[in-house]
Ligand binder design. Structure first.
Ligand code: S3P
Length: 177
């Protein structure tokens, strides 16, 4: 077990913020699949969607995940749509302990409306897009994750402590088996 913690979940559920704090608490480096894609292509996510399309972006996500296969003791934050492909779901589970961050559609809309760097929500009716994508993706997040955390129900420290303690327990069990 490579003992990574992988954060999955919809846009605006706090993967980057929680990832940064987990990285500090555990002393594990943080990697972010969106950021790796931007570094490797030299383009921003909106530029990739605009010039090459979503399919190319999804291919890049798989490439980045594959390249992380040897990572150990990392916190890995991912883009919200990474669970769309079966291949990615398997890669994510093989990487370590997968934590699914959940927020209400209202909270997601509130958090994502603050910036325009998410091409999938840059439309006239982001609330409807959020509802539709959540309906499609919820079973996939569920199937991929070891732990689900409802971020709206807990304060920030509780979220971090909950993840750290559950991951430690999981890693200790998988070591024994
Ligand atoms: C996407 C989520 C984004 C980014 C891209 C597509 C998605 O990441 O990967 O805009 O399909 O949900 P965040 O979840 O970090 O916003």
């Amino acid at each position: 077990m490579p003992e990574n913690i992988i954060l999955i979940g919809f846009m605006g559920t706090g993967k980057s913020t929680i990832g940064r704090q987990l990285s500090l608490s555990l002393g594990y480096p943080l990697v972010d699949t969106d950021q790796l894609i931007e570094e490797r292509t030299g383009k921003s996510i909106p530029q990739i969607f605009e010039t090459e399309g979503e399919e190319t972006f999804r291919q890049l996500e798989t490439e980045v995940l594959t390249s992380l296969a040897e990572s150990k003791h990392h916190v890995i934050a991912t883009g919200g749509g990474i669970i769309g492909k079966e291949e990615n779901r398997q890669l994510l589970r093989a990487l370590g302990y997968v934590v699914w961050l959940v927020a209400t559609p209202e909270e997601i809309l509130n958090r994502t409306s603050r910036n325009t760097n998410r091409p999938l929500l840059n439309h006239t009716n982001p609330a409807e897009t959020i509802r539709n994508l959540l309906a499609q993706r919820t079973p996939l997040y569920q199937a991929t994750s070891h732990l689900m955390i409802e971020t709206d129900q807990l304060n920030f420290d509780e979220v971090i402590t909950g993840i750290v303690e559950s991951a430690r327990y999981y890693f200790s069990k998988t070591k024994d088996s």
